[in-house]
Design a protein around this ligand. Structure first.
Ligand SMILES: Cc1ncc(COP(=O)(O)O)c(C=O)c1O
Length: 419
């Protein structure tokens, strides 16, 4: 921390990953060997039988649906507060996304809302371990089993989190993960699916192997961005350059960081051709992934230390709602999400104290115009979407940073008032 300035996130990409990137970008060959090794080690880490590296979680999800034979006339239940690209995949198979509500403070799929959304057409449910918080998987699995519904875990924000001691991704039938530069571990973009089902595995594997190779220049560009993020979030650099730019941008009604890393929300009529054309990963992605996997417990451990400290210190502040976790959930604190009725004012008051926050990239999709044909009543997702604010919780924060944030949040909440 320099002069009390705290960035909203910092990357797990470090000089070691930069060195690995340079080495693998400059050499050729070894692709299948390194990718195979990363897939095997990742499957072992999760405890799954099979894994396949895929270019994105959304495409992995699409291929899992196809592998399960899900198509016209079928329904897939998805939590209403999630990333738009996931429900956007379902109509591409001919099936319908059906939105179910989340817990107001857990932010993850509410088992009873899932139960209420089941019809005789329901083929799968997607428990999304949002913000690093595992869902109530005992309840969800029991309901799914009762109704013959496949469980596809969304672990995009929770790689390494546990539920009753078991890693997410090893709790349902199939799972997907994503490794962008802002995630807890990265493979310079890219993702993974895991499954214990041989025929689903073979179907996903065949689709990926039939596709083209991710261009090396794409990986090189991601590595450059990773290095830039590492430098930009260095305390002195951040204090001298990024923080003033964010403050100035916000004064002009803009959020430059949100705009740089955000993606336009959209749905598709057909599968975008580059999904298949760039489906196989480069060796450099798997090599960076192997390094990150060797560091994941430390990276997640730092998040857990910081997140638990925020849990302990942020209760009992007037106007501020802090998260709650399902019983048995061991979150990795990918995000620390609070609610406040005046979140814009709170964000401004925090920025004035050097703490940068964000509203993030999730949306209430049961009321989103892109999903107009699938509207549903999910009041908790609507309320969370209107009031949420992400407090920094990344691994590069030290105790002093967390204490400074707690002080700042207390003072900012007093300043803006509860209602
Ligand atoms: C919860 C969740 N699911 C799915 C995705 C999609 O991942 P990808 O961009 O790899 O398709 C994201 C992306 O951030 C996410 O946050």
């Amino acid at each position: 921390m320099a002069f009390g300035k705290i960035p909203r996130f910092s990357p797990s990409f470090s000089p070691s990953e930069a060195m690995i990137s340079a080495r693998y970008l400059l050499q050729s060959g070894k692709r299948e060997e390194v990718v195979g090794k990363f897939e095997r080690e990742f499957a072992r880490y999760i405890g799954a039988k099979h894994s396949v590296m895929v270019p994105s979680a959304r495409y992995g999800f699409f291929l899992l649906l196809k592998g399960l034979g899900i198509g016209p006339g079928d329904e897939v239940i998805i939590p209403a507060l999630t990333y738009f690209a996931i429900p956007a995949m379902v109509p591409l198979t001919g099936a319908r996304p059906v939105f179910a509500d989340i817990g107001l403070r857990s932010h993850v799929l509410d088992p009873e809302s899932f139960r209420a959304a089941i019809t005789e057409k329901t083929k799968a449910v997607v428990p999304t371990h949002l913000f690093g918080t595992p869902c109530d998987m005992d309840a969800i699995n029991a309901i799914a089993k009762e109704h013959g519904v496949q469980v596809i875990e969304d672990c995009a924000q929770s790689t390494g989190a546990r539920y009753n001691g078991v890693r997410v991704g090893n709790l349902g039938d199939h799972a997907y993960y994503t490794f962008g530069l802002t995630k807890n571990i990265t493979t310079l973009s890219g993702a993974m699916i895991t499954t214990n089902d041989d025929s689903v595995y073979e179907s996903v594997r065949a689709a990926i192997d039939a596709g083209g190779l991710t261009p090396k220049r794409k990986s090189a560009k991601e590595a450059m961005t990773g290095i830039a993020m590492f430098v930009a979030t260095h305390p002195w650099v951040y204090w001298a350059t990024v923080h003033p730019a964010v403050v100035m941008g916000n004064k002009m009604g803009k959020d430059p960081i949100h705009e740089r890393f955000g993606e336009a929300e959209r749905v598709y009529d057909t599968l975008p051709p580059h999904y298949e054309a760039q489906s196989q990963p480069q060796a450099v992605q798997a090599a960076v992934g192997l390094k990150q996997l060797s560091r994941i417990e430390d990276l997640n451990g730092a998040r857990i230390r910081n997140g638990s400290s925020l849990d302990d210190q942020l209760g009992n502040i007037a106007g501020l709602t802090v998260p709650e976790y399902p019983g048995g959930a061991e979150p990795i604190y990918m995000s620390f999400v609070v609610h406040h009725k005046k979140r814009e004012k709170l964000a401004e008051a925090l920025r004035a104290r050097g703490v940068d926050t964000t509203i993030g990239y999730m949306n209430c999709l049961s009321r989103h115009e892109l999903f107009g044909a699938y509207q549903a009543n999910c009041p908790n997702a609507e309320e969370v979407n209107a009031n949420l604010l992400h407090i920094p919780v990344h691994p590069n924060l030290c105790k002093k940073d967390v204490d400074h944030m707690v002080e700042s949040i207390r003072a900012a909440c007093m300043e803006v008032g509860a209602n």
